[in-house]
Ligand binder design. Sequence first.
Ligand code: HEM
Length: 489
Amino acid sequence: MANQTAIESSPAVGRAIRQFADLPGPRGLPIVGNILQMHQGRAHQDVEAWAQRYGPYFKFRLGSRHFLGVTDHENLITVLRDRPEGFRRTVRLEQVIREMGMEPGVFAANGDAWRRQRRLVMSAFDPTHVRAYFPTLLTVTRRLHRRWQAAAAADDSIDLRADLMRYTVDGVAGLAFGSEINTLEGGSEVIQNHLDQILPAIFRRVLAPLPYWRYLKSHADRHLPESVAAINVAVQGFIAAARKRMKGNPELIDRPSNLLEAMIAAAERESGAVSDAEIAGNVFTMLLAGEDTTANTLAWLIWLLFKNPPALEQCRDEVRRTFAELSSMTPESIASLDYLEACANEAMRLKPVAPTILNEALRDTTIGDVRIKAGTIVWLVLRHDTLDERFFPNPNAFEPRRWLAAGVHGSDSAKRIAMPFGGGPRICPGRYLALLEIKMAMAMLLGQFDLKSVATSDERDPAEYLALTMAPVGLRMRVRERQQEQRSN
Ligand code: HEM
């Protein structure tokens, strides 16, 4: 029974096993498979629709790569836990990143390389480090406040995603690299603009049935090397600054104060602990993983609250009861904002910015009652059980209270079913930072401003656009600043 996997000893045992080839799924075309049935930016919705039609396990194909769609939360978590031995991130992801001229960091790495990098990342992002970072994050939050004060004074409409991306890039650069970048107040938007080119390109190429970009370059493909070069310059800049700091203060080798210093120190202490290329890969990864995810979650949350006035009012009251001024924000007062946290959880249930996680099987195995071969890619559909009446009564409604309740449909069961940060050994290491950034930005917004509007130009619900993460398209916000006397009442 050497081949017996953890998954085979799951609840599937005792049931008849189906072969992958016998599964239902959309009929594809020769060579390209089902790619033409997936819409640009909406692949997640196409797969969610297949799940509705074909059930909890279905198959599809992109070129020569076979995909298994899986929706039920118990098997989702079983797959997520069976890493790195049973499943890896896709081979294609690693290839695409290297071919673009970058190095894979912890997100794209696998096996031993992943294990080594993950250890360093985890210690840098643990709750204690994130908490110690609070004062810097408060400085970044104040900058966002000033930016929105200026917009309020001019009655300008705010490009929500763009501003929030400035906030999250500035936030992650301080914590992960110890570098103060101030894109919120500076004119330079270099990093965000270039990341905005790179992320969709990675996603397009990961899904492409064939490596078309090697032969046929679109406008975006032709300009990609410029963006990659610019990001690589920024990455090398962060690394050079950290090395200089460490040279000036050798204590940092024993007691690194951030992820980048920890990686440099590990490389110096122990040969093979982490290579220079891996250090660069992780700087790039933190920019990539820490920017869009949190910014898009915040944008969805602000929109959902604006659409749900009772929840908005309750959230605003909680914030205003807790502190009148930004200067009175502390880690403790932020941690006490339970209703705001419930709103964030509810926004991530309805609008998970990572609505799918792809995992490639490293060996022949069984998922649920389906036998798959090594190399099959499992497309985990994260937004399926989270919209199922059996687990979340009134599932399409924005009801933050469900995250505070006890009982069958209470928060414990909700947390088991909704996995916006993934799960198992590769669960998002940035989740504490993300939640802190979300709560601080929201506390600033709701405490200091009234929302006049949060809408798209045609007043319709924003479209979901998936390019590695799922963004709301075209959301703009208008705010009115609260006066000093209102704040102290
Ligand atoms: C609301 C914000 C965020 C969401 C929803 C989110 C979601 C996710 C998800 C779904 C994964 C895949 C987990 C898995 O495979 O099981 C992931 C991985 C990851 N995230 Fe996040 N993330 C967020 C913010 C951040 C931030 C702020 C950082 C830090 C810079 C970060 C860094 C990472 C890294 C490095 C990985 C790869 C972990 C590994 O493969 O071992 N994320 N995230």
